[in-house]
Ligand binder design. Structure first.
Ligand code: GAL
Length: 353
């Protein structure tokens, strides 16, 4: 009997009885298909600027599920998604670790857009492709290894990219949604739109462009003037959006005709403040956001918001994943991949539910 047990133990040791998944560092991809037709393992390191963000939560979940849907007998995508905690030092550390552990490709939602150059240098040195998402690096950084004609001056130029949506478009759509109203949003009929602007975190140019282009487009489309009553930074955050709009309504009261929010998170907060001030969207005030979060689309269809703009997290995450796979397969990347925004109003809200 003792002999039998000893034999069994020896046999188990031979086949290896640990069921723990191999760490990426133990299965560097590139070293594709181990033995006996096992799937090639591709290790993907993702860092999100912070997990506590409505839109980026949808985005990162879709990155994971799209990679999962693409895993099969031939290739297995091991995706590690980390929380940058809105701290660039923390995120840089995560990137260093991905590189040290020989991950095959990085997908980075920068905490600080200005850190792009440092990240690009690190990835170039390690020869790791890098896909930037959501927070657009400067044009200069995206063209670090290209000459004035766009020709690559180093092979790494074709190994990194930015996948995103052009925030100017989302701003313009917000302006159009208001200008397309029968009264052009000009509730008091004085030929001037009195508005409050709730701005996102300026670390993302989305905040700058939405603030700027919503108003320039409104003026162009409506032919009316504008008067900015208030503009405050709400960092994409619902609670801050609520506070800013509550204060603005206390201070300016009925003068406020439109509240523009750079995203839906803040617009949901604004909707709460508007209700608390006994104002009614569509009747004595208008409210627009961006992202098309489920709650916001619901409000648009029931009249609690005038409109929003779809920030297509599915299109963007799939494009980012497709680019990552292309790069892992040694194909050249474009410098940019753009995904369109879409206007969401009561007329088409049902399509976005
Ligand atoms: C924007 C989005 C915001 C926020 C931000 C993070 O595109 O509209 O809700 O997620 O990205 O950088």
């Amino acid at each position: 009997m003792k002999k039998l047990i000893a034999l069994l133990i020896a046999a188990m040791a031979l086949v290896g009885c640990s069921s723990a998944p191999a760490k990426p560092s133990e299965t560097p991809a590139g070293t594709a298909g181990t033995t006996g037709g096992a799937a090639k393992e591709v290790n993907v390191g993702v860092s999100i600027y912070k997990f506590d963000d409505n839109f980026m939560t949808l985005y990162r979940n879709e990155i994971q599920s799209y990679f999962d849907s693409l895993s099969n007998d031939q290739v297995k995508y091991n995706v590690t998604i980390q929380d940058g905690k809105n701290d660039q030092a923390e995120q840089t550390n995560q990137i260093d670790n991905f590189i040290a552990q020989d991950y095959d490709v990085l997908i980075i939602n920068l905490v600080q857009s200005t850190s792009a150059a440092t990240v690009i240098e690190k990835c170039k040195e390690a020869n790791k492709p890098c896909i930037f998402i959501n927070r657009e690096p400067s044009e200069e950084d995206m063209n670090m290894y290209r000459d004035a004609d766009g020709k690559a001056t180093d092979p790494y130029a074709d190994m990194y990219t930015y996948v995103g949506a052009d925030a100017r478009q989302s701003g313009k759509f917000q302006g159009e949604i208001i200008a397309d109203l029968e009264n052009k949003g000009d509730l008091n009929g004085d030929g001037v739109l009195q508005y409050v602007m709730v701005v996102g975190d300026p670390e993302n140019v989305d905040a700058k462009y939405r603030t700027e282009f919503s108003i320039s487009q409104y003026k162009e489309s409506s032919g009316l003037g504008v008067e900015k009553l208030d503009e405050q930074r709400g960092d994409w955050d619902q609670a801050k959006g609520q506070e800013i709009v509550a204060n603005a309504l206390t201070k300016y009261g009925d003068k406020v005709e439109v509240v523009f929010c750079n995203n839906d998170g803040m617009a949901l907060g604004a909707a709460q403040a508007i209700a608390a001030a006994n104002r009614t969207v569509g009747k004595d005030i208008y409210l627009v956001g961006v992202d098309a979060l489920a709650e916001a689309v619901e409000l648009v269809s029931t009249g609690g918001m005038t409109g929003t703009v779809l920030n297509d997290h599915i299109g963007q995450s799939h494009q980012a994943v497709d680019a990552a796979i292309k790069a892992v397969n040694g194909e050249k990347l474009d410098t940019y991949y753009w995904v369109d925004y879409v206007k969401v109003t009561p007329a088409n809200a049902a399509e976005f539910k």
